[in-house]
Design a protein around this ligand. Structure first.
Ligand code: AP5
Ligand code: MG
Length: 191
């Protein structure tokens, strides 16, 4: 199985690149942000709690996220060729939980970390905010999302780096350029 953790700041292009990878390699795409937004849309009590956190740019608690991932892994289709984790793990606690969950299933994942300048991600998110309807695509919330990314999610990259399970790429240029870099890594690790 080819399992990829796509990491990067808000607006770095995780969703965009996940779609391209999923299409070329036939992988499952798990965007935790999309799953959480679907829960909000359902109008459930849990959705209301999640909405209060996401709309302020704050993270959903680890235990809820870990439970969600465990359920996802338990309900994978039998013919699954691999998973792209988009937006998970976002804390070291989540990374440790994922490692255990994968180990138990004889699975492994490699991290691809996309570096994009802060000015560029802010520009992309404000532009998307004109039409996305996402409660977190406004300047104040974007700033909080970026702060959390630096303080809480960046250490997750170190976690994978220390385990020699880590690749970094430059995501500042076009979507095609970013995908070409990811594609090269995926070709290499499949050999
Ligand atoms: P999530 O939905 O994961 O949001 P995010 O990390 O803030 O990232 P985005 O989805 O905004 O950006 P992206 O990197 O996917 O970029 P995209 O491809 O869309 O999470 C939202 C919230 O949910 C979190 O803040 C948290 O509250 C909660 N959450 C989620 N996971 C969690 C977890 N594990 N634990 C706890 N809480 C969790 O691109 C952005 C825009 O740029 C698009 O318009 C796109 O068209 C454009 N674009 C993409 N690439 C390029 C390019 N190369 N050049 C120009 N434009 C580009
Ligand atoms: Mg996304």
């Amino acid at each position: 199985m080819l399992n990829i953790i796509l990491c990067g700041a808000p607006g770095s292009g995780k969703g965009t690149q996940s779609d391209l990878i999923a299409k070329k390699y036939g992988l499952q795409h798990l965007s935790t942000g999309d799953v959480l937004r679907a829960e909000i849309k359902s109008g459930s009590e849990l959705g209301k709690e999640i909405d209060a956190l996401i709309s302020k740019g704050n993270l959903v608690p680890d235990h809820k996220m870990n439970h969600l991932i465990e359920h996802y892994l338990d309900t994978l289709p039998a013919d699954c060729k691999g998973i792209i984790f988009d937006g998970f793990p976002r804390t070291v606690v989540q990374a440790e939980a994922l490692e255990l969950l994968l180990e138990r299933r004889n699975m492994k994942a490699v991290m691809i970390d996309m570096f994009v300048e802060e000015d560029e991600v802010i520009k992309r998110l404000l532009e998307r905010g004109r039409t996305s309807g996402r409660a977190d695509d406004n300047f104040e919330t974007i700033k909080q999302r970026l702060k959390i990314y630096q303080d809480v999610t960046k250490p997750v990259c170190q976690y994978y780096l220390k385990k020699h399970n880590y690749f970094a790429i430059n995501g500042n240029n076009t979507m095609e350029d970013t995908f070409a870099q990811i594609d090269t890594i995926l070709q290499l690790i499949q050999k």
